[in-house]
Design a protein around this ligand. Structure first.
Ligand code: NDP
Ligand code: GDR
Length: 339
């Protein structure tokens, strides 16, 4: 039997790298889509030792021609669209660009599939951000969406378009509504990696202190390497669908700081309130963390908590890595760089 062939857009990102490794292990031929003006940085693929096992092709979500050409040429069994302007905070600064990439970009792919490759199975990276500050304490596939950022609205536009193409044109399209997932490959502009890299710098006296915004935001954090397996499982189903992928546990950003600080040997004392809140290391009386207004967003999700029972039942998938283990994996990987 010939090898299955998959295109992963956003191959240079966190999930793209882990998914590529996973599909290679499953015997796939993996092609990675890289955007125009790409970061050019393949450090994640190098880190996983797969840089030379993947063919890279141009794939720019802003360019219909680039997408049509590749979808037509590739004759893919599966396409995973992980590419996006994925920063929620940046979407407030660049709402038009974010919408063009995340919403229109997906329609460009769906149109290409409909016209040139309607047997290809398609995965779209949808997001828990689409729920916004919902009344439901726990979110599943039936919960209504109330997006509160340009990023979330762009993702919801794509999500609904995908549903339309599935129903109207019978395309095999599935959406993973993924809750936050992290790893040592996470960009340090996201809060978990920022906390860990900065705490380690503070520990080694390379940074005076760490500055954060809303530390009372609650997130349902899981591990990227667990979550990418659910993407693949979705495309192995006879029937496509939408699936919530989450750990089912929520913690505040402050809990994440506490857990990482404990693992890294800090003995924190929290003082003050609101913008004046800070954390001191009781071992040496030095400031470790303070709040900086600059890192607050115009709108923010206060709490998010996923229910992945559908994925458990149909995909036989569940989140395996605990919050404590996730923090440990990320801290150990960062500490290694200092040895
Ligand atoms: P990353 O930010 O790590 O990766 C994003 C990727 O998209 C990068 O490879 C980037 O390329 C590429 N990209 C950006 N703009 C374009 C463009 N115009 N055309 C083509 N490619 C582009 O994201 P993650 O790996 O964390 O997430 C993967 C997907 O899942 C994203 O769509 C994200 O929105 C979504 N998601 C992520 C969650 C998470 O917690 N990680 C949760 C829910 C959804 P370059 O390297 O050149 O910048
Ligand atoms: P998020 O992740 O916006 O949920 O999007 P991020 O880690 O950026 O923020 C999580 C929460 O932490 C608060 N926060 C800070 N965030 C950042 N980045 N920097 C800070 O200094 C800081 N201080 C507090 C934020 O306000 C927020 O409440 C991620 C991305 O991967 C999206 O692409 C994906 O769709 C969602 O997760 C699910």
């Amino acid at each position: 039997m010939s090898k299955k062939k998959a295109l992963i857009t956003g191959i240079t990102g966190q999930d793209g790298a882990y998914l590529a490794k996973f599909l290679l292990q499953k015997g796939y031929e993996v092609i990675g889509g890289e955007r125009q003006n790409a970061s050019g940085n393949k450090w994640r693929l190098k880190e996983l030792g797969i840089e030379n096992k993947i063919q890279i092709v141009p794939f720019e979500l802003l360019e219909e021609n680039s997408i049509n050409k590749e979808v037509r040429r590739g004759k893919y069994d599966e396409i995973y669209n992980l590419a996006a302007q994925s920063y929620v905070d940046k979407s407030f600064v660049s709402p038009i660009y974010t919408t063009n990439v995340n919403a229109l970009g997906v329609i460009r792919i769906l149109e290409a599939l409909r016209q040139f490759s309607n047997k290809t199975k398609f995965y779209q990276a949808s997001s828990s951000e689409m729920y916004g500050n919902n009344e439901s304490k726990i979110q599943d596939e039936k919960t209504s969406f109330k997006p509160i950022s340009p990023y979330a609205i762009s993702k919801l536009h794509a999500h609904w378009m995908l549903g339309l193409y599935r129903n109207a044109y019978n395309l095999h399209c599935s959406s993973g509504i993924l809750f936050n997932h992290e790893s040592p490959l996470r960009s340090n502009e996201f809060v978990t990696q920022k906390i860990i890299t900065n705490l380690i710098k503070v520990k080694f006296n390379l940074l005076p202190c760490i500055k954060l915004g809303n530390i009372y935001a609650k997130r349902d954090w899981g591990y990227s390497e667990d979550y990418i397996q659910a993407m693949w499982k979705m495309l192995q189903q006879k029937k496509p669908g939408d699936f919530v992928i989450s750990s089912g546990n929520t913690y505040t950003v402050k809990d994440f700081v506490k857990q990482a600080a404990k693992y890294l040997g800090f003995n924190l004392s929290w003082q003050g309130k609101g913008i004046n809140e800070k954390a001191i290391n009781k071992n040496n009386n030095k400031l470790v963390l303070k709040i900086d207004k600059k890192f607050f967003r115009p709108n923010d999700i206060q709490s998010i908590h996923g229910n992945s029972n559908k994925a458990k039942k149909i995909l036989k998938w569940k989140s395996k890595t605990s919050f404590e283990d996730l923090v440990k994996i990320m801290c150990d990987a960062e500490l290694k760089k200092y040895k």
